[in-house]
Design a protein around this ligand. Structure first.
Ligand code: NAP
Ligand code: HSE
Length: 439
Protein backbone atom coordinates (compact mmCIF):
# COMPACT_ATOMS: atom_id res chain seq x y z
CA UNK A 1 0.00 0.00 0.00
CA UNK A 2 2.97 2.32 0.49
CA UNK A 3 4.46 2.10 -2.97
CA UNK A 4 4.97 5.38 -4.81
CA UNK A 5 2.77 5.97 -7.83
CA UNK A 6 4.11 4.60 -11.12
CA UNK A 7 3.44 5.63 -14.70
CA UNK A 8 -0.21 6.44 -15.42
CA UNK A 9 -1.75 3.90 -17.76
CA UNK A 10 -3.95 4.62 -20.75
CA UNK A 11 -5.93 1.94 -22.55
CA UNK A 12 -6.94 2.15 -26.20
CA UNK A 13 -9.62 -0.47 -26.88
CA UNK A 14 -11.76 -1.99 -24.16
CA UNK A 15 -13.27 -5.05 -25.81
CA UNK A 16 -12.39 -8.69 -25.10
CA UNK A 17 -8.74 -8.09 -24.18
CA UNK A 18 -8.99 -4.51 -22.89
CA UNK A 19 -11.79 -5.27 -20.41
CA UNK A 20 -9.71 -8.20 -19.08
CA UNK A 21 -6.77 -5.84 -18.57
CA UNK A 22 -8.99 -3.43 -16.58
CA UNK A 23 -10.26 -6.31 -14.45
CA UNK A 24 -6.75 -7.50 -13.51
CA UNK A 25 -5.52 -3.94 -12.88
CA UNK A 26 -8.40 -3.45 -10.45
CA UNK A 27 -8.62 -6.86 -8.78
CA UNK A 28 -4.84 -7.32 -8.41
CA UNK A 29 -3.86 -3.71 -7.73
CA UNK A 30 -1.93 -4.49 -4.52
CA UNK A 31 -0.18 -7.51 -5.98
CA UNK A 32 0.89 -5.56 -9.07
CA UNK A 33 2.09 -2.63 -6.96
CA UNK A 34 4.23 -5.03 -4.95
CA UNK A 35 5.66 -6.59 -8.11
CA UNK A 36 6.39 -3.25 -9.82
CA UNK A 37 7.43 -1.41 -6.68
CA UNK A 38 5.01 1.30 -7.86
CA UNK A 39 1.25 1.70 -7.93
CA UNK A 40 -0.39 1.53 -11.33
CA UNK A 41 -3.27 3.85 -12.10
CA UNK A 42 -5.57 3.57 -15.08
CA UNK A 43 -6.20 7.16 -16.16
CA UNK A 44 -7.75 6.99 -19.64
CA UNK A 45 -9.77 4.60 -21.77
CA UNK A 46 -10.25 5.36 -25.48
CA UNK A 47 -12.90 3.42 -27.42
CA UNK A 48 -15.27 3.85 -30.36
CA UNK A 49 -18.44 4.00 -28.28
CA UNK A 50 -18.02 5.49 -24.77
CA UNK A 51 -21.63 4.68 -23.84
CA UNK A 52 -21.18 0.90 -24.13
CA UNK A 53 -21.29 -1.20 -20.95
CA UNK A 54 -18.03 -3.19 -20.78
CA UNK A 55 -18.75 -5.15 -17.61
CA UNK A 56 -15.93 -3.39 -15.74
CA UNK A 57 -15.87 -0.27 -13.58
CA UNK A 58 -14.46 2.68 -15.54
CA UNK A 59 -15.68 5.36 -13.14
CA UNK A 60 -12.15 6.23 -11.98
CA UNK A 61 -10.83 7.22 -15.40
CA UNK A 62 -11.76 9.32 -18.40
CA UNK A 63 -13.52 7.49 -21.24
CA UNK A 64 -13.34 9.13 -24.65
CA UNK A 65 -13.03 8.48 -28.37
CA UNK A 66 -9.85 10.43 -29.06
CA UNK A 67 -6.24 9.62 -28.15
CA UNK A 68 -5.70 13.36 -27.71
CA UNK A 69 -6.93 12.87 -24.13
CA UNK A 70 -3.85 10.69 -23.54
CA UNK A 71 -1.46 12.99 -25.38
CA UNK A 72 -2.68 15.93 -23.30
CA UNK A 73 -1.96 14.12 -20.02
CA UNK A 74 1.76 14.12 -19.09
CA UNK A 75 1.04 11.61 -16.28
CA UNK A 76 -0.02 8.90 -18.76
CA UNK A 77 3.30 7.45 -19.85
CA UNK A 78 2.33 3.87 -20.62
CA UNK A 79 -0.26 3.08 -23.29
CA UNK A 80 -1.90 -0.31 -23.78
CA UNK A 81 -3.15 -0.62 -27.33
CA UNK A 82 -5.68 -3.45 -27.81
CA UNK A 83 -7.45 -2.54 -31.04
CA UNK A 84 -7.21 -4.64 -34.21
CA UNK A 85 -6.56 -3.57 -37.82
CA UNK A 86 -3.86 -1.46 -39.43
CA UNK A 87 -5.36 2.04 -39.29
CA UNK A 88 -5.74 4.03 -37.11
CA UNK A 89 -3.56 1.63 -35.07
CA UNK A 90 -0.38 2.51 -37.01
CA UNK A 91 -0.91 6.28 -36.83
CA UNK A 92 -1.94 6.16 -33.17
CA UNK A 93 1.04 4.08 -32.02
CA UNK A 94 3.41 6.24 -34.08
CA UNK A 95 2.04 9.41 -32.47
CA UNK A 96 2.22 7.90 -29.00
CA UNK A 97 5.83 6.76 -29.40
CA UNK A 98 6.81 10.16 -30.82
CA UNK A 99 5.16 11.83 -27.84
CA UNK A 100 7.52 9.89 -25.53
CA UNK A 101 5.15 7.10 -24.40
CA UNK A 102 5.96 3.41 -24.10
CA UNK A 103 3.42 1.25 -25.91
CA UNK A 104 2.12 -2.28 -25.39
CA UNK A 105 0.18 -3.86 -28.24
CA UNK A 106 -1.57 -7.18 -28.93
CA UNK A 107 -2.01 -6.41 -32.62
CA UNK A 108 -0.06 -9.03 -34.59
CA UNK A 109 -1.50 -7.94 -37.96
CA UNK A 110 0.00 -4.49 -37.40
CA UNK A 111 3.33 -5.90 -36.21
CA UNK A 112 3.50 -8.27 -39.18
CA UNK A 113 3.04 -5.37 -41.62
CA UNK A 114 4.72 -2.49 -39.81
CA UNK A 115 6.65 -4.03 -36.91
CA UNK A 116 10.07 -3.24 -38.33
CA UNK A 117 9.39 0.49 -38.73
CA UNK A 118 7.66 0.69 -35.33
CA UNK A 119 10.54 -1.11 -33.54
CA UNK A 120 13.00 1.15 -35.36
CA UNK A 121 11.06 4.23 -34.31
CA UNK A 122 10.71 3.13 -30.68
CA UNK A 123 14.43 2.28 -30.51
CA UNK A 124 15.51 5.58 -32.03
CA UNK A 125 13.37 7.47 -29.51
CA UNK A 126 14.53 5.41 -26.52
CA UNK A 127 10.99 4.07 -26.01
CA UNK A 128 9.76 0.47 -25.75
CA UNK A 129 7.17 -1.41 -27.77
CA UNK A 130 6.03 -4.63 -26.06
CA UNK A 131 3.89 -7.35 -27.65
CA UNK A 132 3.75 -10.49 -25.51
CA UNK A 133 -0.01 -10.82 -26.12
CA UNK A 134 0.35 -10.66 -29.89
CA UNK A 135 1.52 -14.28 -30.21
CA UNK A 136 -0.10 -17.33 -28.56
CA UNK A 137 -2.35 -15.40 -26.13
CA UNK A 138 -1.50 -16.34 -22.55
CA UNK A 139 1.62 -18.38 -23.41
CA UNK A 140 4.76 -16.28 -22.67
CA UNK A 141 6.52 -17.22 -25.89
CA UNK A 142 7.94 -13.78 -26.72
CA UNK A 143 9.82 -13.46 -23.45
CA UNK A 144 10.82 -17.13 -23.64
CA UNK A 145 12.47 -16.70 -27.04
CA UNK A 146 13.76 -13.18 -26.44
CA UNK A 147 15.08 -13.63 -22.89
CA UNK A 148 15.01 -17.14 -21.47
CA UNK A 149 16.46 -18.84 -24.58
CA UNK A 150 18.95 -16.12 -25.41
CA UNK A 151 21.85 -18.59 -25.00
CA UNK A 152 20.53 -20.83 -27.77
CA UNK A 153 20.64 -21.03 -31.52
CA UNK A 154 17.03 -21.89 -32.30
CA UNK A 155 16.67 -24.81 -34.70
CA UNK A 156 12.91 -25.11 -35.02
CA UNK A 157 9.50 -23.84 -33.99
CA UNK A 158 6.50 -26.16 -34.24
CA UNK A 159 3.28 -24.55 -33.09
CA UNK A 160 -0.46 -24.22 -32.96
CA UNK A 161 -0.92 -20.44 -33.01
CA UNK A 162 -4.57 -19.85 -33.80
CA UNK A 163 -7.06 -20.57 -31.03
CA UNK A 164 -10.13 -20.15 -33.23
CA UNK A 165 -8.98 -22.78 -35.74
CA UNK A 166 -8.04 -25.22 -33.01
CA UNK A 167 -11.40 -24.64 -31.32
CA UNK A 168 -13.23 -25.34 -34.58
CA UNK A 169 -11.26 -28.51 -35.38
CA UNK A 170 -11.78 -29.82 -31.83
CA UNK A 171 -15.51 -29.12 -31.71
CA UNK A 172 -16.21 -30.45 -35.20
CA UNK A 173 -14.57 -33.76 -34.31
CA UNK A 174 -15.68 -34.19 -30.70
CA UNK A 175 -19.19 -32.75 -30.87
CA UNK A 176 -19.90 -33.27 -34.60
CA UNK A 177 -20.89 -29.57 -34.63
CA UNK A 178 -21.06 -27.98 -38.10
CA UNK A 179 -18.21 -25.65 -39.07
CA UNK A 180 -20.32 -22.46 -39.29
CA UNK A 181 -21.91 -23.07 -35.89
CA UNK A 182 -18.54 -23.55 -34.14
CA UNK A 183 -17.07 -20.49 -35.84
CA UNK A 184 -20.01 -18.40 -34.57
CA UNK A 185 -19.34 -19.72 -31.05
CA UNK A 186 -15.63 -18.83 -31.32
CA UNK A 187 -16.71 -15.29 -32.24
CA UNK A 188 -19.13 -15.13 -29.31
CA UNK A 189 -16.40 -16.28 -26.92
CA UNK A 190 -14.07 -13.50 -28.14
CA UNK A 191 -11.46 -15.81 -29.76
CA UNK A 192 -11.91 -14.75 -33.37
CA UNK A 193 -10.57 -11.64 -35.07
CA UNK A 194 -12.96 -8.91 -36.18
CA UNK A 195 -12.63 -10.48 -39.65
CA UNK A 196 -12.66 -14.21 -38.80
CA UNK A 197 -11.48 -15.05 -42.31
CA UNK A 198 -7.99 -14.24 -40.98
CA UNK A 199 -8.33 -17.01 -38.41
CA UNK A 200 -9.64 -19.76 -40.66
CA UNK A 201 -7.54 -19.06 -43.77
CA UNK A 202 -4.25 -19.27 -41.85
CA UNK A 203 -3.38 -15.54 -42.04
CA UNK A 204 -3.42 -14.95 -38.28
CA UNK A 205 -1.26 -18.03 -37.56
CA UNK A 206 1.14 -17.03 -40.36
CA UNK A 207 1.47 -13.47 -39.01
CA UNK A 208 2.33 -14.87 -35.58
CA UNK A 209 4.76 -17.43 -36.99
CA UNK A 210 6.50 -14.72 -39.01
CA UNK A 211 6.87 -12.56 -35.87
CA UNK A 212 8.33 -15.52 -33.97
CA UNK A 213 10.60 -16.39 -36.90
CA UNK A 214 12.01 -12.84 -36.91
CA UNK A 215 12.68 -13.12 -33.21
CA UNK A 216 14.06 -16.66 -33.16
CA UNK A 217 16.02 -16.69 -36.44
CA UNK A 218 16.60 -12.97 -37.10
CA UNK A 219 15.08 -13.48 -40.55
CA UNK A 220 12.33 -11.45 -42.20
CA UNK A 221 9.80 -13.56 -44.06
CA UNK A 222 6.92 -12.35 -46.20
CA UNK A 223 3.52 -13.99 -46.31
CA UNK A 224 3.85 -14.70 -50.05
CA UNK A 225 7.07 -16.67 -49.49
CA UNK A 226 5.53 -19.38 -47.34
CA UNK A 227 3.06 -22.21 -47.83
CA UNK A 228 -0.14 -21.02 -46.15
CA UNK A 229 -3.35 -23.01 -46.03
CA UNK A 230 -6.23 -22.58 -43.59
CA UNK A 231 -8.78 -24.94 -42.07
CA UNK A 232 -11.66 -23.62 -44.17
CA UNK A 233 -11.45 -26.57 -46.60
CA UNK A 234 -11.38 -29.25 -43.88
CA UNK A 235 -14.51 -31.37 -43.71
CA UNK A 236 -15.78 -33.54 -40.88
CA UNK A 237 -15.06 -36.59 -43.01
CA UNK A 238 -11.32 -35.69 -43.07
CA UNK A 239 -11.26 -35.33 -39.30
CA UNK A 240 -12.93 -38.74 -38.99
CA UNK A 241 -10.66 -40.46 -41.51
CA UNK A 242 -7.63 -38.95 -39.75
CA UNK A 243 -8.89 -40.32 -36.45
CA UNK A 244 -9.39 -43.79 -37.95
CA UNK A 245 -5.82 -43.69 -39.28
CA UNK A 246 -4.44 -42.72 -35.83
CA UNK A 247 -3.96 -39.00 -36.53
CA UNK A 248 -5.48 -35.63 -35.64
CA UNK A 249 -5.64 -32.66 -38.01
CA UNK A 250 -4.04 -29.52 -36.53
CA UNK A 251 -3.31 -26.13 -38.08
CA UNK A 252 0.44 -26.42 -37.69
CA UNK A 253 2.79 -23.45 -38.00
CA UNK A 254 6.37 -24.56 -38.52
CA UNK A 255 9.74 -22.91 -39.05
CA UNK A 256 12.71 -25.24 -39.29
CA UNK A 257 16.37 -24.52 -40.03
CA UNK A 258 17.65 -27.23 -42.37
CA UNK A 259 21.02 -27.18 -44.10
CA UNK A 260 21.27 -23.42 -43.54
CA UNK A 261 17.85 -22.65 -45.06
CA UNK A 262 14.53 -21.98 -43.35
CA UNK A 263 11.42 -24.03 -44.09
CA UNK A 264 8.34 -21.99 -43.13
CA UNK A 265 4.74 -23.20 -43.47
CA UNK A 266 1.27 -22.89 -41.99
CA UNK A 267 -0.95 -25.82 -42.97
CA UNK A 268 -3.55 -28.17 -41.57
CA UNK A 269 -1.37 -31.18 -40.88
CA UNK A 270 -1.94 -34.82 -39.90
CA UNK A 271 -0.24 -35.32 -36.54
CA UNK A 272 0.04 -38.72 -34.79
CA UNK A 273 -2.77 -38.86 -32.22
CA UNK A 274 -0.51 -39.77 -29.27
CA UNK A 275 1.63 -36.61 -29.56
CA UNK A 276 1.02 -33.78 -27.05
CA UNK A 277 0.58 -31.50 -30.05
CA UNK A 278 -2.50 -33.52 -31.02
CA UNK A 279 -3.89 -33.32 -27.52
CA UNK A 280 -3.93 -29.50 -27.62
CA UNK A 281 -7.66 -28.90 -27.73
CA UNK A 282 -10.18 -26.05 -27.82
CA UNK A 283 -8.72 -22.55 -28.10
CA UNK A 284 -5.41 -23.68 -26.60
CA UNK A 285 -2.14 -23.02 -28.39
CA UNK A 286 1.08 -25.04 -28.33
CA UNK A 287 4.65 -24.00 -29.07
CA UNK A 288 7.63 -26.35 -29.24
CA UNK A 289 10.98 -24.59 -29.56
CA UNK A 290 14.17 -26.47 -30.19
CA UNK A 291 17.40 -24.78 -29.17
CA UNK A 292 20.93 -26.14 -29.58
CA UNK A 293 21.59 -26.00 -25.83
CA UNK A 294 18.19 -26.47 -24.22
CA UNK A 295 16.86 -29.13 -26.61
CA UNK A 296 13.12 -29.28 -27.21
CA UNK A 297 10.96 -27.16 -24.95
CA UNK A 298 7.16 -27.11 -25.12
CA UNK A 299 4.67 -24.58 -23.85
CA UNK A 300 0.91 -24.95 -24.12
CA UNK A 301 -2.15 -23.18 -22.78
CA UNK A 302 -4.84 -20.67 -23.62
CA UNK A 303 -3.99 -19.03 -26.93
CA UNK A 304 -6.95 -16.67 -27.08
CA UNK A 305 -9.66 -15.23 -24.87
CA UNK A 306 -10.18 -12.41 -22.43
CA UNK A 307 -8.26 -13.24 -19.25
CA UNK A 308 -5.37 -15.32 -20.69
CA UNK A 309 -4.57 -12.58 -23.22
CA UNK A 310 -4.95 -9.89 -20.55
CA UNK A 311 -2.48 -11.88 -18.43
CA UNK A 312 0.15 -11.42 -21.17
CA UNK A 313 -0.61 -7.68 -21.46
CA UNK A 314 -0.28 -7.27 -17.69
CA UNK A 315 3.14 -8.98 -17.80
CA UNK A 316 4.24 -6.30 -20.30
CA UNK A 317 2.78 -3.55 -18.07
CA UNK A 318 4.74 -4.81 -15.05
CA UNK A 319 7.90 -5.13 -17.17
CA UNK A 320 7.52 -1.53 -18.37
CA UNK A 321 6.65 -0.11 -14.97
CA UNK A 322 9.51 -1.91 -13.24
CA UNK A 323 12.08 -0.89 -15.90
CA UNK A 324 12.70 -4.47 -17.12
CA UNK A 325 11.16 -3.88 -20.55
CA UNK A 326 13.63 -1.10 -21.32
CA UNK A 327 16.44 -3.68 -21.08
CA UNK A 328 14.73 -6.56 -22.88
CA UNK A 329 13.56 -4.26 -25.67
CA UNK A 330 17.16 -3.19 -26.28
CA UNK A 331 18.23 -6.83 -26.58
CA UNK A 332 15.33 -7.47 -28.98
CA UNK A 333 16.53 -4.60 -31.16
CA UNK A 334 20.07 -6.03 -31.22
CA UNK A 335 18.91 -9.50 -32.38
CA UNK A 336 17.23 -7.96 -35.44
CA UNK A 337 20.57 -7.33 -37.08
CA UNK A 338 21.51 -11.05 -37.03
CA UNK A 339 22.08 -13.48 -39.87
CA UNK A 340 19.36 -13.54 -42.54
CA UNK A 341 18.74 -17.13 -43.57
CA UNK A 342 17.62 -18.01 -47.08
CA UNK A 343 14.19 -19.59 -47.37
CA UNK A 344 13.61 -23.01 -48.83
CA UNK A 345 11.28 -22.47 -51.81
CA UNK A 346 7.79 -23.84 -51.07
CA UNK A 347 8.09 -26.38 -53.94
CA UNK A 348 11.06 -28.02 -52.21
CA UNK A 349 9.29 -28.76 -48.91
CA UNK A 350 9.50 -32.54 -48.49
CA UNK A 351 6.88 -34.45 -46.48
CA UNK A 352 4.48 -37.40 -46.63
CA UNK A 353 0.94 -36.42 -47.68
CA UNK A 354 -2.67 -37.38 -47.10
CA UNK A 355 -4.74 -37.12 -50.28
CA UNK A 356 -8.52 -37.42 -50.19
CA UNK A 357 -10.73 -37.46 -53.27
CA UNK A 358 -14.43 -37.98 -53.89
CA UNK A 359 -14.59 -39.94 -57.15
CA UNK A 360 -17.01 -41.73 -59.41
CA UNK A 361 -17.22 -45.34 -58.26
CA UNK A 362 -16.30 -46.87 -61.63
CA UNK A 363 -13.49 -48.79 -63.36
CA UNK A 364 -10.03 -47.23 -63.83
CA UNK A 365 -10.41 -44.34 -61.38
CA UNK A 366 -7.85 -45.63 -58.90
CA UNK A 367 -5.56 -46.65 -61.75
CA UNK A 368 -5.77 -43.19 -63.39
CA UNK A 369 -4.91 -41.36 -60.16
CA UNK A 370 -2.13 -43.80 -59.28
CA UNK A 371 -0.75 -43.43 -62.81
CA UNK A 372 -0.53 -39.63 -62.48
CA UNK A 373 1.12 -39.85 -59.06
CA UNK A 374 3.61 -42.40 -60.40
CA UNK A 375 4.32 -40.14 -63.37
CA UNK A 376 5.47 -37.47 -60.90
CA UNK A 377 7.60 -39.98 -59.05
CA UNK A 378 5.24 -39.98 -56.06
CA UNK A 379 5.21 -43.31 -54.27
CA UNK A 380 1.98 -44.50 -52.65
CA UNK A 381 2.24 -45.76 -49.05
CA UNK A 382 -1.35 -46.89 -48.55
CA UNK A 383 -4.72 -46.69 -50.27
CA UNK A 384 -8.19 -46.91 -48.87
CA UNK A 385 -11.41 -46.61 -50.81
CA UNK A 386 -14.88 -46.59 -49.25
CA UNK A 387 -18.28 -46.58 -50.82
CA UNK A 388 -20.39 -43.66 -49.66
CA UNK A 389 -24.10 -43.28 -49.06
CA UNK A 390 -24.26 -41.98 -52.60
CA UNK A 391 -23.18 -45.35 -54.03
CA UNK A 392 -25.58 -46.27 -56.82
CA UNK A 393 -27.64 -49.38 -56.73
CA UNK A 394 -27.42 -49.95 -60.47
CA UNK A 395 -24.26 -50.24 -62.54
CA UNK A 396 -25.28 -47.65 -65.17
CA UNK A 397 -25.22 -44.70 -62.75
CA UNK A 398 -21.96 -44.90 -60.82
CA UNK A 399 -22.09 -43.78 -57.22
CA UNK A 400 -19.46 -41.80 -55.35
CA UNK A 401 -16.53 -43.33 -53.51
CA UNK A 402 -14.13 -41.75 -51.04
CA UNK A 403 -10.53 -42.43 -51.93
CA UNK A 404 -7.75 -41.81 -49.41
CA UNK A 405 -4.08 -42.16 -50.32
CA UNK A 406 -1.10 -41.71 -48.01
CA UNK A 407 2.05 -41.05 -50.00
CA UNK A 408 5.65 -41.68 -49.13
CA UNK A 409 7.87 -38.61 -48.80
CA UNK A 410 7.61 -36.28 -51.78
CA UNK A 411 7.93 -32.57 -52.44
CA UNK A 412 5.25 -29.91 -52.43
CA UNK A 413 6.26 -29.10 -56.01
CA UNK A 414 5.80 -32.69 -57.26
CA UNK A 415 2.47 -32.91 -55.50
CA UNK A 416 1.22 -29.59 -56.88
CA UNK A 417 2.12 -30.72 -60.39
CA UNK A 418 0.36 -34.08 -59.90
CA UNK A 419 -2.69 -32.34 -58.40
CA UNK A 420 -2.95 -30.03 -61.41
CA UNK A 421 -3.13 -33.11 -63.66
CA UNK A 422 -5.53 -34.98 -61.39
CA UNK A 423 -7.83 -31.95 -61.34
CA UNK A 424 -8.45 -32.54 -65.08
CA UNK A 425 -9.81 -36.07 -64.56
CA UNK A 426 -13.53 -36.31 -65.18
CA UNK A 427 -13.97 -38.99 -62.49
CA UNK A 428 -13.71 -36.35 -59.74
CA UNK A 429 -16.84 -35.59 -57.74
CA UNK A 430 -17.15 -32.96 -54.99
CA UNK A 431 -14.16 -31.84 -52.95
CA UNK A 432 -10.56 -33.10 -52.77
CA UNK A 433 -7.86 -32.20 -50.29
CA UNK A 434 -4.16 -32.77 -49.64
CA UNK A 435 -2.54 -32.37 -46.24
CA UNK A 436 1.05 -32.97 -45.14
CA UNK A 437 1.86 -35.47 -42.39
CA UNK A 438 4.03 -34.21 -39.51
CA UNK A 439 7.28 -36.15 -39.07
P1 NAP B 1 -12.49 -6.42 -29.64
O1 NAP B 1 -13.14 -7.25 -28.60
O2 NAP B 1 -13.16 -6.28 -30.95
O3 NAP B 1 -12.24 -4.97 -29.01
C1 NAP B 1 -11.70 -3.96 -29.79
C2 NAP B 1 -11.80 -2.66 -28.99
O4 NAP B 1 -11.20 -1.63 -29.76
C3 NAP B 1 -13.23 -2.20 -28.72
O5 NAP B 1 -13.32 -1.76 -27.39
C4 NAP B 1 -13.45 -1.05 -29.69
O6 NAP B 1 -14.29 -0.04 -29.17
C5 NAP B 1 -12.05 -0.49 -29.77
N1 NAP B 1 -11.80 0.24 -31.01
C6 NAP B 1 -12.01 -0.17 -32.27
N2 NAP B 1 -11.63 0.79 -33.14
C7 NAP B 1 -11.19 1.81 -32.39
C8 NAP B 1 -10.68 3.10 -32.68
N3 NAP B 1 -10.55 3.51 -33.94
N4 NAP B 1 -10.31 3.89 -31.66
C9 NAP B 1 -10.46 3.49 -30.38
N5 NAP B 1 -10.93 2.29 -30.03
C10 NAP B 1 -11.30 1.48 -31.03
O7 NAP B 1 -11.01 -6.95 -29.95
P2 NAP B 1 -10.07 -7.83 -29.02
O8 NAP B 1 -10.45 -9.26 -29.20
O9 NAP B 1 -9.99 -7.26 -27.67
O10 NAP B 1 -8.67 -7.68 -29.80
C11 NAP B 1 -7.91 -6.51 -29.69
C12 NAP B 1 -6.51 -6.79 -30.28
O11 NAP B 1 -5.93 -7.84 -29.56
C13 NAP B 1 -6.53 -7.25 -31.75
O12 NAP B 1 -5.39 -6.76 -32.39
C14 NAP B 1 -6.45 -8.77 -31.63
O13 NAP B 1 -5.84 -9.37 -32.76
C15 NAP B 1 -5.55 -8.90 -30.43
N6 NAP B 1 -5.66 -10.17 -29.70
C16 NAP B 1 -6.90 -10.64 -29.36
C17 NAP B 1 -6.98 -11.83 -28.65
C18 NAP B 1 -8.31 -12.41 -28.24
O14 NAP B 1 -8.33 -13.53 -27.75
N7 NAP B 1 -9.40 -11.70 -28.43
C19 NAP B 1 -5.82 -12.51 -28.29
C20 NAP B 1 -4.57 -11.98 -28.65
C21 NAP B 1 -4.51 -10.80 -29.35
P3 NAP B 1 -15.87 -0.28 -28.97
O15 NAP B 1 -15.96 -1.36 -27.93
O16 NAP B 1 -16.39 1.00 -28.50
O17 NAP B 1 -16.39 -0.73 -30.29
N1 HSE C 1 -7.99 -14.70 -33.19
C1 HSE C 1 -6.84 -15.13 -32.48
C2 HSE C 1 -6.91 -16.63 -32.29
C3 HSE C 1 -6.78 -14.44 -31.15
O1 HSE C 1 -7.98 -17.22 -32.45
O2 HSE C 1 -5.88 -17.23 -31.98
C4 HSE C 1 -5.48 -14.68 -30.45
O3 HSE C 1 -4.43 -14.05 -31.12
Amino acid sequence: MNQPSGPGIALIGCGTVGSGVVQILQESADLLAARCGRRLTLRHVVVRDPSKDRGVDLSGCSVSTDIQAILDDPESQLVVHVVGGIEPALSDITRLLKSGRDVITANKALLYEHGEELFELAGSLGRTLCFEAAVAGGIPIISTVNSALTGNRIRSLEAILNGTSNFILTRMLNERQPYAEVLAEAQRLGYAEEDPAMDVDGTDAAQKLILLTRLAFGTNVRMDQIVRQGIDQIELLDLLVAQELGYRIKLLATTRLKDGRLEVSVQPTMVKAHRSLSMTSGADNYVAVEGDAVGRLTLSGAGAGRMPTASAVIADIVDCASGRAQLTFQSLLRTRGGQQHDLLPAEELSRRYYLRFMVADQPHVLADIAHILGGHNISIGSVRQDETAETAETADTPGIARLVILTHRTTEGQLRAADAEISQLNCLRGTRIRLPLAD
